[in-house]
Every structure is written in C-alpha cells, then in structure tokens.
Design a protein around this ligand. Structure first.
Ligand code: GLN
Length: 526
C-alpha cells in the first residue's frame, strides 16, 4: 500500500504549490522512495490543451501525448522521469468518466451523486495510479485555493481517503509581511486552515510562503492557532532560483517531518549532486544574452519549459543565460535592431498569424549574420519559409496556417491530419522517434541516430519541397521514422538548427537536453 501526501493551498493562488510539491517529491526520491505525483485541477476543460497560454501558462506535453498543467513540467524537471496524462485529473475528466459510466448503465438505477459516485471515481483514479506505478509514495497536489468551489470535489475525496489510508496533509499558505507594523502576519493562514476544517480536513504540516524566512513568533503562532506541531511549521521564503527550493525545504526538515507523520523509514537524503549544480548555477563563469522571439510576451509562464531548459544547460556549462522575450510584432515594425546585442536567438513554438513576418525576419537575420538560432516547431516552419523565400527564390512561400490559399504551401497539414476538427485529437502529440542523418550536426549533438522528442503541432514541412531545400543547401538532418516528415533541419553555420519537436519538454535539471546544451554552448563560441 502506498503512503499518501496531500498538498493544498490557501490564501492566494500562484504561491508555487507545484514547485513545493515537486521539491518535496525530489527530497523523498533522493531517499530511495518511488514517488508518483498526481495533480488535480478544478476546471471543466478535459485538459488544458485548448486554453490560451496567456491565461493558463504553458501547456506541458507528456511523452504519452498528454497535454497537461505546467506543474507536470516541474515534476519532470525535478524528478527526472516521465509523467503520464492519467496523473492529471481535471473536474472535466472526472465528470466525463462518471457520465460515460452512467450512460453505460453502470450505476444500476441509482441516483448518481457527487458523493459517493464522483468522489469514489476520484479515489479509484488515485488508487489505480498508485498501483500501476507501484509507488511508495503518491503526492497529490490539489490545484486552486481552499475556499474555491472548483476544487471541493477533490478536497472531499481527500477527506474520505485520509480516513481510509495512511496519509499526511501539507497546507501551503502565504505569510505576508506588513510593512507598517514591521511584522509577518499569520492571520490569513489561520483563516485558510479554518476553511479547511469546515471541510473536515486538518493539515499536519503548514508551509508558509513569505518574502523572508518565517520568524520565531510566526512559527509559534501558526503552530498554536492552526494546531500543528512546531517542527511541522516549515518556512519556504522567496528564492531567486527555483532549484534551491528542495535544498531549503530539506534544511527546514520538510522530508523528515513528512516521514515522521507517515511513520515510515527511508534512506538518508542524498541531494549532493543537486546542491553542486545549484552552486555552479550561482557562480557562472560567463553570461550570454538570449532573445526568445515569440508572441506571448505578457505572461512569464508561457515559455517556462524553454527557459528552464536553457537554465539546465547553463547550470552544467557554467553559463548564465539572460533571457529576453521579444514580441516579433515589434520586429515587423522596427526591424531587427533589437536582436543586435543577442548572443543567440530562439524562435519558439506558436500558433496563428500574429508576429509571423517578424519571426521570418528573425530567421533571416540569424542566417545571414551567423547568429546561433534554435527554431522550435513553429520556429522550424518559419526557418523553412525564410529559406525558400530568400535562398530558393520562392517569394510567396508560406504556411497554410498563415495563408490558407497560398500558391506555395511549403508548410501544410498533411492528409492524415486534415479533416479532423475535434479539438485535442487533431495534433501530432507526444513523443515520436526521429532518424538522424549520419554525421549531421544533430546526430553529433545527440550522440545517436535514433532519438525521441515530444511534439505538439498540426502542420508539417510539405515533402514536395524537400528536394528543392536540399538542393539549395538546407539539410534535412532528421526525419520521422518512416523517412517522410522533416523533423530536424540545419545548415552550415555556427548553430542554425530547427526541430519540429519541442526538446525543452525532455530537459531535466540533472540531465539537460543535448540540443539546448549545444545551442547555449554555441552562443559563446566563434
Ligand atoms: N502552429 C504550428 C503547427 O500547428 C506549430 C505548432 C507549435 O509550434 N507547437 O504546426
């Protein structure tokens, strides 16, 4: 039987519940335990694939093709292992399942109710995952904030499960500092615990998020008023580097207290390699400027995986990447001046037409000026369009995503993908193998001719143009397993590589993705 950790959040959203949970999971994993993360989201979308990244942050793509909450990115980056679509429960997914069962007649004439039918489904889901993964510990992160109507279903399932199995409940809250009185304030935490109590839940451990470390008096108050042991009040102050969070929580004894509450033993904590990497990150031997030329510039979370992949590479290479997100619409208006001080450029994935010509200009600028460029998915498509327009002389080359009736559809939906219009089912999603050309730059970077990366796109480089591209010096250095689709492109250049995949999704703190590592390295080498 697995042990359960439930993580809830109070006071505010956006406190870093995912990071905190991933950090605790990491500490326990370092003690030899097999930890499986589950995330529950209250919204009614079946998955976040259809949500605007500006509203929801990045959609994280899993190896099995799942499109999930970006907290799964933290889990993968911290734990160094693949997660599964099933591990992200949304209200939408759960209700859909229950309604399907009802239509199947599985409830034998009963009135189907939130309790027990929906909560039973949630508990069954949790338990099935625990069993399938042969987990020692399952850490269930409940999205949202206590008091939201949306996550009540998951909180009620948690209450029931806590009566049935061995578990520990961690509640994460905000402890604000009130400047006028010069004091940390614990009242919001007390109130959020009250709300939990009203739902029949009593946390064992409280983690206080604050600007500075929790002071003695705050710890005492939280312990007294929220009814938790003093040593179970854990401080989680702001940090400049998210990879320090597990180290800080370790110093606070978060893992020790979790194990104590569960009443189980584990090996010694072993975070030495992690600590060394964090230290290396804090003392980089050089810095480089990276321009991330996309369109979602209003929200920091839209390109999390790319930024983290660059940081991972940087930690291992001793390079600090200073990343600036540049709206390519501004390049359309003002030209490429803004790129001049950049050591390397990334054109990330994207959808739709806004800022497209700016991306094409960016690709041209990098190609002509020998500036390292990594094109991700949409980025590769833009590189191909640019090459056909400016090198192969096909001036009106375009993608049908941008101009449906273009005479030269050099990027288009292939027949297998056309005509499916149900959202979610239309994309090439998840991990796909690619064959890399012997001795190509990418094969040398990966050190292999057979690799697997994750995809999330509808359009492909039109195979009718492959020969023209290659005759003009662009190398299709990686293809799909069947040899038909262009997966990687490159030219003879310092670094000018495009990939139809999203290698950022497989980058881990302890094991950076080779393409990002090589890209970052190239920004320093002439
Ligand atoms: N919009 C492009 C496509 O669907 C690229 C998608 C992406 O960059 N993830 O093919």
């Amino acid at each position: 039987m697995p042990e359960w950790i439930f993580v809830t959040g109070g006071v505010l959203s956006g406190l870093g519940k995912g990071l905190t949970s991933a950090s605790i999971a990491k500490l326990l994993q370092s003690r030899g335990l097999k930890v499986t993360p589950i995330k529950c989201d209250g919204y009614l979308n079946v998955d976040p694939g259809t949500m605007n990244p500006i509203e929801h942050g990045e959609v994280f793509v899993q190896d099995d093709g799942g499109e999930v909450d970006m907290d799964f990115g933290h889990y993968e980056r911290f734990l160094g292992k693949n997660t599964k679509f099933r591990w992200n429960l949304t209200s939408g997914k759960v209700f859909k399942k229950v309604i399907e069962k009802e239509r199947n007649g599985d409830f034998l004439g009963k009135t189907v109710q939130m309790i027990p039918h929906v909560t039973d489904e949630v508990k069954k889901w949790f338990r099935d995952i625990a069993e399938e993964e042969e987990s020692d510990i399952v850490i269930v992160e409940i999205g949202g904030t206590v008091g939201d109507m949306e996550n009540q279903l998951f909180l009620e399932a948690t209450r029931q499960l806590r009566n049935e199995e061995n578990s520990v409940h961690i509640h994460l809250t905000l402890v604000p500092y009130l400047e006028t009185v010069g004091e940390q304030k614990t009242k919001p935490t007390q109130h959020s615990v009250k709300q939990l109590r009203a739902l029949g839940l009593k946390p064992d451990i409280i983690i206080g998020r604050s600007e500075e470390k929790l002071d003695k008096s705050s710890r005492e108050k939280i312990s007294l008023f929220c009814d938790v042991k003093k040593e179970n009040v854990i401080s989680n102050p702001n940090v400049d580097n998210i990879y320090r969070v597990p180290l800080i929580l370790g110093e606070e004894g978060a893992d020790v207290q979790v194990l104590k509450e569960l009443g189980i033993d584990a090996e010694e904590r072993n975070m030495e390699k992690w600590r060394e990497l964090v230290e290396k990150m804090n003392k980089p031997s050089s810095r480089v400027k990276i321009g991330l030329c996309g369109k979602y510039t209003d929200m920091d979370d839209s390109y999390v995986s790319i930024e983290e992949a660059l940081k991972h590479a940087g930690a291992h290479l001793g390079i600090k990447p200073d990343i600036e997100i540049i709206d390519t619409e501004s390049i359309e208006e003002n030209g490429t001046e803004v790129l001049k001080d950049k050591d390397g450029i990334i054109i990330p994935g994207g959808f739709g037409t806004r800022g497209v010509e700016g991306k094409i200009k960016t690709a041209k600028y990098c190609r002509e000026n020998n500036i390292p460029l990594l094109g991700i998915c949409f980025g590769l498509q833009m590189m191909v369009i640019e090459y056909l327009r400016n090198v192969c002389g096909i001036e009106n080359a375009n993608s049908t995503e941008i101009d449906e009736g273009t005479e030269n559809p050099v990027v288009k939906q292939l027949p297998e993908q056309e005509g499916i219009d149900k959202k979610g089912g239309t994309m090439r999603l998840g991990g796909f193998e690619a064959k890399l050309k012997n001795n190509s730059q990418v094969a040398n970077i990966y050190g292999s001719e057979k690799i697997k990366e994750r995809h999330r796109h509808r359009y492909e480089v039109n195979p009718d143009y492959h020969d023209l591209l290659e005759d003009n010096g662009l190398i299709i250095s990686g293809t799909s397993k069947d040899g038909l689709l262009a997966e990687f492109i490159e030219i003879d250049h310092r670094f000018y590589i495009g990939t139809q995949a999203h290698p950022e999704f497989t980058s881990r703190f302890e094991k950076p993705n080779p393409i990002y590592r090589s890209f970052l390295q190239s920004t320093k080498e002439w």
